[in-house]
Design a protein around this ligand. Structure first.
Ligand SMILES: [Zn+2]
Length: 335
């Protein structure tokens, strides 16, 4: 069976020193301090150590063979978004990262599909880059759950979503810049608590802001099975029912109406939770995801789903059909 991993991250092996080039800011750069490893540095601060499978496409393909997975949808690591930088500098960084991904897709068309990053802080430049990466053969974009603390329903982002719908470009919304992180540094809480909340923040903002209502053909996938959105949908609906004066300000439609319209990935680490997500979303709206190559990901690429007692049709949906529909690609490409 074809398997498409809809959520993976990649970087070029070498990054320019953008702090020197632009003359400000703590941009990410890589220190290849020992063979097969690199340190991601933010200014002088160590951010994270990555291994060769974060940049070596052939090693990645080999690692994926162990889990019978042929296709990886790649995008950058959210810390590279650089929405905080000057828009033209962010555009330059985005182009560098997007060209790398486009080359990869061109070179290994049966193994890689690409999502771009765009300078969301400037709608005009963002759309300009969106149009360019469409020409380069990328399938869509990855964006953050908030843009410099602004929610995705802000009017300034609407033209970008509108352009995505018009151009048929898909969107992956990824949590980052986690709310409250400065108050919960211990125990990795920004990743364990902040990230699921961020994704719910993004989904709620897009629903209540009427984005899905105004753009019914926009194809959006939310990382980590939608974070805490689906587990708290009962509470969210209760809020919508009991305080429409606070919640239904811009969209009078019940949030439950949007279940099964957007996509979520399968990264739950938990069969029981995936069954629950299946009940709400349906199998056509759950894409196999891993967050490879990072340790908090499902690095056995959906092995727990293989082991679940699910109909073959449901497994086919999750393993590839839902991704093909989200990305608007035909199966023939991978024959
Ligand atoms: Zn991720």
């Amino acid at each position: 069976m074809l398997k498409i991993d809809s959520h993976t991250h990649i970087l070029p092996k070498k990054l320019p020193n953008w702090s020197d080039k632009f003359g400000y800011g703590d941009f990410i750069y890589l220190q290849h301090h020992k063979k097969g490893y690199a340190k991601m540095m933010r200014g002088n601060q160590f951010f994270r150590e990555i291994k060769e499978n974060a940049w070596n496409p052939e090693l990645r393909i080999k690692e994926y063979e162990k889990f019978n997975t042929q296709v990886q949808v790649v995008c950058t690591i959210p810390v590279m978004f650089s929405y905080w930088a000057k828009a033209f500098d962010c555009l330059a960084i985005s182009k560098f990262l997007n060209d790398h991904i486009a080359e990869l897709v061109y070179k290994y068309p049966k193994n890689y599909l690409g999502l771009a990053t765009i300078p969301m802080q400037d709608s005009e430049l963002a759309i300009q880059e969106l149009e360019r990466v469409k020409e380069l053969g990328l399938q869509g974009i990855q964006i953050g759950s908030n843009i410099n603390d602004l929610n995705l329903n802000e009017e300034r982002f609407f033209p970008i979503f509108q352009a995505c719908e018009k151009l048929g470009m898909s969107i992956l919304v990824h949590p980052w810049n986690m709310m409250g992180q400065q108050h919960m540094q211990r125990y990795w809480l920004p990743w364990l608590v902040g990230m699921p909340a961020e994704t719910s923040r993004a989904i709620c903002s897009m629903i209540f802001g009427g984005i899905f209502e105004r753009l019914p053909n926009l194809r959006v996938n939310f990382a980590h099975a939608g974070g805490s959105f689906l587990p708290t949908i009962g509470r969210i609906r209760q809020g919508f029912d009991c305080r429409p004066d606070l919640v239904a300000l811009d969209n009078p439609i019940d949030p439950k109406n949007y279940l099964g319209k957007f996509w979520v990935d399968s990264i739950t680490h938990d069969a029981f939770m995936l069954e629950y997500v299946l009940k709400l979303q349906g199998s056509k709206r759950i894409t196999l995801g891993s967050d490879y190559p990072f340790p908090l990901g499902d690095l056995e690429i959906g092995k727990f789903i293989e082991e679940m007692d699910l109909d073959n049709g449901i497994k086919e949906d999750i393993f590839y059909k839902a991704s093909l529909e989200w990305l608007n690609i035909s199966h023939e490409r991978f024959n």
